[in-house]
Design a protein around this ligand. Structure first.
Ligand SMILES: [Zn+2]
Ligand SMILES: [Zn+2]
Length: 405
């Protein structure tokens, strides 16, 4: 079968990482680590596993960062190679192991991609998996599977940018009828942003700011509108097309980043005092209550810390590998910093539930429809065009690039 694979080797990784800024096409060049290759169809890793035929699979920003060889080397122990990309899937069960219960061949599903204790056959479960926080499992390098935190970074678990992937039955989510394939394929990124929103004790009347209006930033806006319609949402985005979409999805104001003008506008909108120190960027006293940073670069983190209200919360979702930050605002304003990764069981929307279930429920109730965010679709053979559209989002007007096998 065909699959988009990543064949790690250290010299190529370092070289690609060094070249990818000046030569973006290096990630799909003929010697790149990434490529659509012919591989054997996956075997079921155990009797509680199913094969899933993907209908629509999203390409994630984290996939691109791996392809560009820009992902932090810190993560290397928590992956195994070669692997098949793809963890944002709408697919159909094609085959089931003999111990699978409660599902049928042909059923439409999406997949919670974390490979925690249960899919690894580890008993007793670690304290994180007991709490339904499988994305923080202690055992990502243990048990019956190769190291790897999620489907799409694990040599033993075929990902879904392919003609066939696999999942443990505990990772499957049934999909309510009437929910579009596009919404289903966006469940993983949307559920992650719902986890971020739910992890914050947001009060009515707050002003929250979303950094970046790519797929994750826009999902965050959709989640805020669904769970906290009473908050004021500011968004920061340089690209006019993505700014327009953020507006349509409910951002009260979309501000371009950069310069004193940016800080002045936030100060005006929040009634904060702006100070302009010599030789560095402005800082606000007062400001936005929370930042949801879906970019995570030096610039976005630095600006976030400077525009947050005293006692405010910064949430890091983006994986932009920042360097050389001035952390002064963190102690000066007693900010809270929180990292966000994946989805989990949560107190949200009047009950304790997994944010995957919450996402599917919000779709089914008609409260959220983000299917329009799937702007580009490609066949596996056209993977080079797909990577190009996803890499040059301003030019291509891409929000979520997806594959149909
Ligand atoms: Zn993702
Ligand atoms: Zn665990």
């Amino acid at each position: 079968m065909k699959a988009l694979t990543f064949n790690y080797n250290i010299p190529k990784y370092l070289l690609t990482g060094a070249l990818s800024r000046r030569w973006p096409q290096v990630i799909s060049s003929s010697w790149a680590l990434t490529g659509v290759r012919e591989v054997p169809e996956p075997e079921l890793p155990g009797s509680q596993w199913v094969k899933i035929k993907p209908k629509l699979t999203g390409l994630c920003g984290s996939d691109l960062s791996i392809m560009r060889c820009k992902e932090s080397l810190t993560l290397q122990p928590f992956a195994s190679f070669p692997f098949i990309f793809g963890h944002e899937v709408c697919g159909e069960i094609a085959e089931m192991g003999e111990a699978v219960e409660g599902f049928e061949v042909g059923e439409r599903v999406t997949v919670m991609p974390s490979l925690g204790c249960v899919p690894r056959g580890i008993k007793p479960l670690c304290p994180m998996c007991v709490q339904g926080r499988n994305q923080l499992c202690y055992n990502f390098t243990e048990g019956s599977l190769a190291p790897g935190m999620f489907v799409g970074s694990n040599a033993d678990v075929a990902g879904f940018i392919s003609e066939m992937g696999v999942a443990h039955q505990s990772m499957l989510c049934k999909v309510p009828e009437g929910v579009s394939d596009e919404n289903v394929a966006l469940t993983e990124p949307f559920a992650t942003t719902l986890h971020m929103v739910a992890a914050n004790a947001i009060e009515p009347g707050e002003t929250v700011l979303v950094f970046g209006c790519g797929a994750m930033g826009l999902c965050t806006i959709a989640g805020l509108k669904a769970l906290h319609p009473e908050v004021r949402i500011l968004a920061v985005e340089p690209d006019p097309f993505h700014s327009g979409v953020a507006h349509e999805m409910g951002a009260d104001e979309v501000i371009p980043p950069g310069g004193k003008k940016f800080y002045r506008r936030i100060a005006e909108l929040t009634g904060a005092k702006m100070y302009t120190p010599l030789g560095t960027k402005p800082i606000l006293i007062g400001g936005v209550d929370r930042v949801f940073d879906a970019v995570g670069t030096t610039d976005t983190i630095e600006a976030s810390l400077r525009i947050l209200d005293n006692g405010g919360s910064f949430n890091l979702l983006g994986i932009g590998a920042p360097k050389g930050l001035d952390w002064t605002p963190v102690w000066l304003k007693e900010l809270t910093l929180r990292g966000i990764y994946g989805a989990q069981q949560e107190e949200a929307h009047g009950g304790r539930r997994h944010t995957f279930d919450l996402a599917l429920r919000l779709y089914a109730e008609g409260k959220v429809d983000i299917g329009h965010m799937v702007t580009h679709r490609f066949r596996l053979d056209d993977w080079r065009e797909a990577l190009e559209a996803a890499s040059a989002k301003g030019k291509s007007k891409a929000i979520k690039v997806a594959f149909t096998p």
